[in-house]
Design a protein around this ligand. Structure first.
Ligand SMILES: Nc1ncnc2c1ncn2[C@@H]1O[C@H](COP(=O)(O)OP(=O)(O)OP(=O)(O)O)[C@@H](O)[C@H]1O
Length: 254
């Protein structure tokens, strides 16, 4: 799969959130999308899954420009986890994934469902017969990721998939994503840059609606700080000074 974004721009009223985003990426790339709160990461992801329409510019998949409504055949190639997946909480995890498998008309999905849940949910055997409504936030997140991967998507869009996961679960999910990486083009956002350091092959850094960096992680790190978070601060806020926070503990009103 080859995805090209050409001068992709999105405005909400007078406010431009993404301006002239241009890139080309292909299967095997795992693009870590990085930026401050409100930088436009989720907006980009919503454009990539056809939930939002661009104000201008185009999305081209394998040489075919996708119009206002992505063809169903294209949608079937996408797996997305955006703004926390919506699960049918009256079902157990297995029932929910079987429901997803039926939507995608996947034959004999049971072994893959068992493998995905077994890998992602350490406590799967204990919660096997519980409804998703009784799951914790992190457990629901893992089921949502399993649902995303069930139909072997070629384009994987993951908005903060590691939110709410403990360190052990995060490692398991990162291992799964690293294993899956050669099969798909992945876009993933996370404010935990250590996570992106483990999984991302490429970085897309967005600030004030503009692309500040697009390229491989190695290209980004060349000549910069050795830790990604320091390198990012160096790029986006080289002159940031320490804030005076004495007001927080002082007795005078402010
Ligand atoms: N439907 C909408 N209508 C108006 N403004 C919106 C809408 N969706 C997003 N925005 C604005 O677009 C900007 C980018 O939001 P977005 O959610 O894409 O940021 P983000 O990078 O994902 O942030 P975070 O790191 O906090 O998740 C924000 O200023 C937000 O207020």
């Amino acid at each position: 799969m080859e995805l090209e974004l050409r001068n992709l721009t999105k405005s909400f009223g007078p406010k431009t959130v993404l301006r002239d985003l241009t890139l080309r990426a292909e299967t095997g790339y795992c693009v870590g999308v990085v930026g401050r709160n409100g930088a436009g990461k989720s907006t980009l992801f919503n454009l990539l899954v056809n939930v939002l329409l661009p104000t201008s510019g185009s999305i081209i998949l394998d040489g075919q420009e996708l119009g206002e409504t992505f063809p169903l055949a294209v949608k079937r190639r996408i797996g997305a986890l955006i703004n926390q997946g919506h699960l049918v909480e009256q079902l157990t995890a297995e029932e929910y994934l079987q429901f997803v498998a039926r939507i995608y008309e996947l034959p004999e999905a049971a072994p893959r469902i068992a493998s995905l849940l077994g890998h992602l949910l350490e406590e799967f055997e204990q919660v096997r017969h519980k409804q998703l409504s009784a799951y914790s936030t992190g457990m629901k997140q893992k089921v949502a990721l399993a649902a995303c991967l069930l139909h072997r998507p070629e384009l994987l869009i993951l908005d903060e998939p590691l939110n709410g996961l403990d360190v052990f679960s995060a490692e398991r999910m990162l291992a799964l994503l690293t294993s899956y990486r050669p099969q798909a083009l992945t876009f993933i956002s996370s404010h935990n840059l250590a996570h992106l350091e483990q999984v991302a092959t490429h970085l897309l850094i967005i600030d004030e609606a503009e692309v500040k960096f697009w390229g491989t992680r190695a290209e980004f790190m060349a000549g910069r700080e050795t830790i990604l978070s320091d390198a990012l601060l160096q790029l986006l806020a080289p002159t940031t000074s320490t804030h005076d926070l004495t007001w927080l503990t002082s007795q005078t009103a402010s």
